[in-house]
Design a protein around this ligand. Structure first.
Ligand code: SF4
Length: 206
């Protein structure tokens, strides 16, 4: 089961299964020891969606936001993490177990990132140069794939670019699963949610 693997200490390792949006948030957090509010929200809810418990999430954020003192963390950030999990906050939020992880649609269209923000969808919100750097860091070196990503981006087909990268990074596993006849129809549909990207990647690689 995936659950046993999902801990604060294992997120670096699990991040190999993250789509570009979450990969960028993770890299930024590790590089700078900080993420701004909306990036933290997008990333917290994604991690919750992959099965990170509230306790582990608090450990992850306390160590991750290393530019902050314990005091600052407890005052300014702990509440937001608990709120995202529905542990504190209004009744509706609490009853529903907090907020749901954001879909691609929401990430693509709401809360446009400004300067210094790391949230959003890189296929839409990055320029091509920064997008190339990120996608290469995720393991894509094939020039034909990069050309495809550029064309998708130019045509504003951001999902297509993301699915193209997914298919490339999991080419061998997808082929094997197809040959063995274990790929379900659902697994062949276009990915439209970062948590679906993670789940599919994790299951294919494990
Ligand atoms: Fe993330 Fe969706 Fe953009 Fe892919 S298409 S990077 S999963 S927001």
């Amino acid at each position: 089961p995936i659950g046993a693997q999902i801990s604060a200490a294992n997120i670096d390792n699990l991040s190999q299964h993250f789509p570009a949006c979450m990969s960028h948030l993770h890299r930024t957090l590790r590089q700078t020891g900080h993420l701004k509010h909306y990036g933290r929200l997008q990333y917290t809810l994604f991690l919750k969606g992959i099965g990170l418990t509230l306790e582990e999430s608090l450990v992850f954020w306390r160590t991750g936001m290393r530019s902050k003192t314990d005091d600052e963390f407890n005052k300014e950030y702990r509440y937001n993490v608990r709120h995202a999990y529905g542990d504190v906050g209004g009744d509706g939020n609490r009853r529903g177990g907090g907020y749901s992880p954001f879909s691609c649609q929401k990430i693509l269209t709401e809360h446009q990132p400004g300067a210094g923000d790391a949230h959003g969808c890189p296929y839409r919100h990055f320029n091509m140069e920064n997008l190339s750097t990120l996608v290469q860091a995720m393991g894509v070196t094939d020039q034909a794939v990069m050309r495809g990503v550029r064309e998708d981006k130019d045509a504003q087909k951001y999902h297509m670019a993301c699915n193209r990268v997914f298919e490339h990074l999991h080419k061998a596993e997808i082929k094997k699963a197809k040959d063995e006849g274990v790929l379900t129809a659902n697994q062949l549909e276009t990915i439209v949610h970062p948590n679906e990207y993670f789940k599919r990647s994790y299951l294919l690689k494990n």
